[in-house]
Design a protein around this ligand. Structure first.
Ligand code: RNT
Ligand code: ZN
Length: 416
C-alpha cells in the first residue's frame, strides 16, 4: 500500500479520536533536537589527539570509521542529518574547537576557534549549543574542577566557563538562534567524604563568578547539569540534583535533566512539570541508562515516550530544550546518531497524536476509561503518520535510511 494511502486511513482513524494529524505534523516540524557532536568520535575532541577520556566518562567499543578531524565529523553529521526529518541543532563541546595545530589551553579559547562550526551551521540552517569541557585535562586529574580546593585550579576552570558562555553568545549572534551553554563538571569522590560542605560552597562561589557578566538571553542561555553519581564519584557528587535545583531557581538558570543521572528506576519525565513550576525553561539530555548511567543509544521505549508526552501534551515545546547525550562506539556512529534522533522525533510525534479523550476521562473521574484508552493508544497507526512525515520532509522512509549509512560506511568510513 502506498505511503499516502496508509496515511489517509490513519488520519481518518485519528480524526475519530479527536486528533488533528496535520496539526500534529506542523507542530512536530517546529521542534528542534540538539544532536550531540560527541557521539561521532567517542567524546574525543580535537585539541590533543589521542588524549584519554577521563573523569568518569566511559565509551566502550571500537567500531571502525570514527571521525578524526572536524571536517570528518561535519561530513558524518551531514550524512546523519540528511536521514533525519526536520531542522535541528548541533551541541558542541569546547574541546571540538579548531586550533590550527597550536596548543590553545581551555582558559584561552575564543569564538574564532569555532568559526568553521558556525559557518557550517549557518550554511545548513542549524542552531548551535555549547558546553565548557571540564574533563579530560591535567587540571581535572584529581577529579575536581570548579570546586577544587586549589584557588588557581578553580580560577582556570572559571575562566574556561566564562569564555564558553562568550562563545555561546557569539554562536547565538552569528546564527540568529539562541545558544544554550550547559555546564557539567565531574567533581566528586569515589569514597565517603569527610567534608561535603567545602566543595559545594566553592562550587556555588565559582558558578557565581562564571555567570557574573550578564549576557542577553536572546544570544545565550546558561544551564547547569546535576548528577547522582559517576564512575569514580560513586559516593559524592558536588553538583547533585538538590544543589543545582537550588542554584538554578535562585540564580534564574536553566536546569539540565539528564535521563541517566538518577537512580536507575527514577525517570526524568515526572520531573519536567515539577521543575517548570519554578523556572521558565529547562534543558534535557535524553539518554538511556542500562543498569547505570551507561549512555546507550536512545530507543523508542516507555521512558522516552513518557518524556515526549510531558513536552508535547503540556505545550512545553518552547520551554524545554531537547538535547541528546549518549555515546556508543560498538556500532556505526552515524547510525547511532540517526537511530537516537529519529526515535526522539518519533516519540514526540506519538505524543502529539495522543487523543484528548484520555485527559477528558481523567478529568471526569473515569479512570477505567483513562487506562483503557492509554492501552488502545499503543496500537494506533502512528507508523503510517511517521512514514508520511519522513516522506514530506524528504528523508528516507522506514529502514531505507540504513542503506544510505551502509553505503557511506563502504565509501567513506571504511577508508579512514
Ligand atoms: C556526564 C554528563 C555530560 C556529558 C557530556 C559529554 O555525565 O551527562 O552531559 O555526557 O557533557
Ligand atoms: Zn548529560
Amino acid at each position: 500500500m502506498s505511503i499516502a494511502k496508509s496515511f489517509s486511513l490513519a488520519q481518518e482513524r485519528y480524526a475519530g479520536l479527536g486528533v488533528d494529524v496535520e496539526h500534529a505534523l506542523k507542530t512536530l516540524a517546529t521542534i528542534p533536537i540538539s544532536l550531540h557532536c560527541w557521539q561521532g568520535d567517542d567524546v574525543g575532541g580535537f585539541e590533543n589527539a589521542g588524549g584519554a577520556l577521563g573523569n568518569g566518562l566511559a565509551v566502550t567499543g571500537n567500531y571502525p570509521g570514527k571521525a578524526r578531524t572536524p571536517d570528518e565529523l561535519r561530513a558524518d553529521l551531514d550524512k546523519s542529518l540528511s536521514l533525519i526529518p526536520g531542522k535541528h541543532r548541533l551541541n558542541l563541546h569546547a574541546f571540538y574547537g579548531e586550533f590550527g595545530g597550536k596548543k590553545v589551553d581551555r582558559d584561552a579559547i575564543e569564538p574564532k576557534h569555532f568559526a568553521n562550526w558556525i559557518a557550517w551551521a549557518k550554511k545548513n540552517g542549524l542552531g548551535l549549543d555549547f558546553n565548557p569541557t571540564c574533563f579530560s585535562h591535567p587540571k581535572a586529574a584529581d577529579g575536581f574542577t570548579l570546586s577544587n580546593a586549589d584557588k588557581g585550579v578553580r580560577k582556570f576552570w572559571i575562566e574556561h566557563c566564562i569564555r564558553s558562555r562568550e562563545i555561546g553568545a557569539a554562536m547565538g549572534k552569528a546564527l540568529g538562534k539562541t545558544c544554550v551553554t550547559n555546564v557539567w563538571i565531574p567533581d566528586g569522590y569515589k569514597d565517603t567524604p569527610a567534608d561535603r560542605v567545602g566543595p559545594r560552597a566553592r562550587l556555588a562561589e565559582s558558578l557565581d563568578a562564571v555567570f557574573k557578566k550578564a549576557i542577553s538571553p536572546k544570544l545565550n542561555l546558561d544551564a547547569v547539569e546535576p548528577k547522582l553519581f559517576g564512575i569514580g564519584s560513586e559516593s559524592f557528587v558536588v553538583g547533585s540534583h538538590e544543589f543545582y535545583m537550588g542554584y538554578a531557581v535562585s540564580r534564574k538558570k536553566l536546569l539540565t535533566l539528564d535521563a541517566g543521572h538518577y537512580h536507575p528506576t527514577e525517570g526524568i519525565a515526572d520531573k519536567i512539570s515539577s521543575v517548570l513550576q519554578f523556572m521558565p525553561e529547562i534543558l534535557l539530555h535524553v539518554s538511556r541508562g542500562v543498569r547505570w548511567d551507561s549512555d546507550h543509544v536512545v530507543i523508542l521505549n516507555d521512558d522516552l515516550l513518557a518524556i515526549a508526552r510531558e513536552i508535547a501534551v503540556n505545550g512545553y515545546t518552547n520551554r524545554v530544550h531537547i538535547g541528546l547525550d549518549y555515546f556508543d562506539a560498538s556500532i556505526n556512529r552515524v547510525a547511532a546518531w540517526t537511530i537516537g534522533t529519529r526515535n526522539m522525533i518519533r516519540a514526540l510525534l506519538i505524543a502529539l497524536l495522543e487523543t484528548p479523550l484520555i485527559r477528558t476521562a481523567e478529568a471526569s473521574g473515569d479512570l477505567t476509561t483513562r487506562l483503557a484508552l492509554q492501552e488502545e493508544a499503543k496500537t494506533l497507526p502512528f507508523g503510517a503518520v511517521w512514514d508520511q512525515y519522513c516522506e514530506q520532509q524528504g528523508v528516507p522512509v522506514g529502514e531505507h535510511w540504513l542503506t544510505e549509512v551502509k553505503g557511506y560506511e563502504k565509501t567513506v568510513l571504511s577508508k579512514r
